[in-house]
Write a protein of this length. Structure first.
Length: 345
């Protein structure tokens, strides 16, 4: 399978085209320091051939957090704890990317150190926070000072990631979290330039992070779907995709991670899937994700629709998935009651 072959993507040499998708696990302590089992959780997947690991979302600051158990990259102790993870993943032959996360309005002052969550505008989200179920609070609209500080927090977290030994960072601009909130007319009611230019905030974060660690070490995850707005869709996917890709071309991004709930399902207002539409306008590398199977991945990589394929549940159930595929051994089925209760198999 092409999926299982090594590949060079920019400066990254991957032992396979299999990517471990970012999955929120929530095992960190109250100080945002990772659980000791995190070391082997990631190491074992690298050992068995995963080419690139993208971590669960890592908070860039205390106010970026949306639930309990989320690791951070904004204190020295957090950075030191991650060093053991990156060292062991590299020993096992893998690469590891830190996903940088700010949830914006999808939070509560219980998680943010007593301050109100921040967002582009004061629009309360429907639903409840994860794990500890509390209604989302109405967020405080961000001032220009808040925006500048948050951009600086992303850049600082990226620099901390490099100090912790990560191979790069993924900016989480998907799924209705803070960056994505600037990109939707539902959550962004601003009248200033951040309301008129919906991708400006993302562009400024990419530039700041790129200036901090090098643009070749920056990946961006983005999506149409929002976790808190299940009925949301792009009114004109063709225009929206071109807009966001123009930001990536402008900033020099060379690897992107478009996120879809289902890789094979067409966009609501289009005949093409998200990844197929992106390939129409994007001539650099991309990661495919969304209920991915080895056969779907193989077909998409062979046709050059994507260059890498990200797996979530199959890799939770099968840390040795790459090795099993090489031996044509059936994969174990994913069972949430088994595979979500612990970090280690």
């Amino acid at each position: 399978m092409e999926l299982l072959e090594p590949v060079q993507i920019g400066n990254y040499s991957l032992q396979s085209k299999v990517v471990m998708a970012p999955m929120t696990r929530g095992f960190a302590n109250d100080l945002g320091i990772i659980h000791p089992d995190t070391i082997n959780y990631y190491k074992i997947r690298a050992f068995y051939g995963v080419g690139m690991i993208i971590t669960e979302g890592i908070s860039i600051s205390k106010e970026a957090q949306g639930t309990v158990g989320i690791p951070g990259l904004y204190t020295l102790r957090q950075v030191e704890a991650w060093k053991d993870v990156t060292k062991e993943v590299h020993k096992a032959g893998g690469l590891i990317i830190a996903q940088l996360w700010h949830v914006g309005r999808l939070s509560h002052s219980y998680f943010t150190g007593g301050t109100k969550p921040i967002a582009p505008s004061a629009v309360q989200a429907n639903g409840q926070t994860h794990n500890i179920r509390m209604p989302y609070e109405t967020p405080r609209p961000m001032t220009i000072t808040d925006i500048e500080r948050t951009i600086a927090d992303f850049a600082a977290a990226a620099e901390n990631a490099m100090n912790a030994g990560f191979d790069g960072v993924e900016i989480h601009a998907a799924h209705g979290y803070l960056i994505d909130q600037f990109q939707s007319y539902i959550t962004n009611l601003r009248k200033d330039e951040y309301g008129q230019k919906k991708f400006l905030f993302l562009e400024q974060i990419i530039k700041a992070v790129g200036n901090s660690i090098g643009i070749d070490k920056v990946i961006v995850r983005f999506s149409e779907h929002k976790d808190d707005l299940p009925l949301y869709y792009w009114e004109n996917p063709e225009d929206t995709v071109q807009e966001i890709l123009n930001v990536f071309y402008k900033t020099g991004i060379s690897l992107i991670h478009p996120s879809s709930p289902s890789f094979k399902k067409p966009l609501t207002n289009h005949t093409l899937t998200l990844h197929a539409l992106i390939r129409k306008y994007w001539n650099k590398a991309s990661i495919g994700v969304g209920e991915m199977t080895p056969n779907i991945a193989e077909e998409a990589i062979s046709s050059s629709e994507i260059q890498l394929a990200a797996f979530a549940r199959p890799l939770l159930a099968n840390p040795d998935m790459v090795e099993l595929l090489k031996r044509s051994t059936p994969l174990k089925k994913y069972h949430p009651e088994t595979h979500l209760s612990t970090l280690l198999p």
